[in-house]
Design a protein around this ligand. Sequence first.
Ligand code: FAD
Length: 457
Amino acid sequence: MSGLAAGLRLAMFDKKVVLLEAHSISGGLNSYYSRKVKETKEKIPFDVGLHALTNFAEKGERKKPLTKMLKQLRLPYDSLELSEQTFSQIQFKSASLKFSNDFKLLEEEVRRVFPSEIDSFRKFVKHIEEFNDLDLNLEYTSARSVLSQYFKEELLSEMLIAPLLIYGSAWEHDMDFAQFVTMFKSIYFEGFARPKGGVRTILELLLEKAEKVGLEIRFKTPVKKILVENNQAIGVELKKGEVLRAKQIYSSAGLPETYALINNENDNHPIGKLSFMESILVTEDKSFLKDNPATIIFYNDFDRYSYKKPNELFDSSSAVFCLPDNYDRDLTSGHGLIRVTYMANFNAWSELKENSKKTYKEMKQSVFDEAHALSQKLLGQDKLNLILHDVFSPTTIKKYTSHFEGTVYGSPKKTRDGKSDYKNLFIIGTDQGFLGIVGSLLSGISMANFHGLMEGE
Ligand SMILES: Cc1cc2nc3c(=O)[nH]c(=O)nc-3n(C[C@H](O)[C@H](O)[C@H](O)COP(=O)(O)OP(=O)(O)OC[C@H]3O[C@@H](n4cnc5c(N)ncnc54)[C@H](O)[C@@H]3O)c2cc1C
């Protein structure tokens, strides 16, 4: 996403740009694939990442991340064909909070469940509103420590931080307060929506635009090496052997991954530990949704939220449970979809895969079994009429995105100004510090604007 956005911005201003993509299709962590139903051979399309397009904004709303992004890429708002979420839910062992695209619902819920904290909540919200999370020079501050200054009820802090951690923190247990604020605004203030055709809608728009502005895209073209001379990036060597010289290089491969492409340098850029696995369940119809209107449930078995790389293959004590059909809630036709995401341990899955493909498959089946049982529990259904399911693990994420250890939220070290140790080499996307679909698109836009267009390159 960030690579496409940066490429589009530069090409719009007549720069000669080539976008090099290792995979055969675009999207990276937000790509797509399909699976066939064995019996009927029907092909079912799946998104890899998309649960929610965060940062919802109404058409015409100014200065919102979503509308800024669309304006910069010259895409009409209506082309996204967005449907808003119904509501989402943070469901812990002893409490549950709902939120929607109307912030008043969350405030109401906090007042209902934690009446003694409502004044602190309002003060906290004011602090968030006044905080400049876009300041590129901010140092790391623990979000949990800021929360503890405001709230006496630990459960409320845990519940507020959980969706923000699982939707974007590269740090275990905690996150940088600047990123917390960015995520708080994008999830609680602005909220969730979904394009009608899922991630394909967004990618098709970007690829169409690429053709219009003359952005060259080469698929199945992995970069083998970033070439440097006198602390300056001068080009890339492709795996196919070709060398391309360039005035500037923008890398969305990730920070440690980018440095590894320069003479195998990767000494001081930690690899992010957070990876996930997802089970996708397809049902014959959508009747089970009639009494289950929530779009996303941030589920946790306990009152404390454990956000870390699990010691075991995966951690089923918490999950993100997504019902994408509840965006437009047209329940009259088509199959139903349930997505269950668990935190997972890349190394354990990788070892398993190397040692025994059979056990790897069996363990994936047991992840599905857990996801299936959780779905039945949360949906209050004894039987879900499943016609297909699929499970992907952190090793799949590594295979298709080249991210070390299948990391999804990148390195805990972020380069907020996009600069690297090498002149003309810039970091964009997740490891510049902005992620998710809207975040990574804005990262590509802002870095291209700043380093490629404003600085007179
Ligand atoms: C399971 C899951 C669920 C998610 N859910 C959501 C969601 O609901 N909403 C949301 O907004 N976001 C979601 N995300 C996160 C979102 O997908 C990412 O934050 C975003 O896609 C990051 O974009 P990026 O530009 O930083 O890079 P990436 O998506 O990581 O793309 C990097 C690209 O670089 C390519 N590449 C890497 N190395 C090389 C090389 N050497 N040569 C050539 N190409 C290379 C890769 O193939 C890839 O296409 C989810 C992600 C996952 C995995």
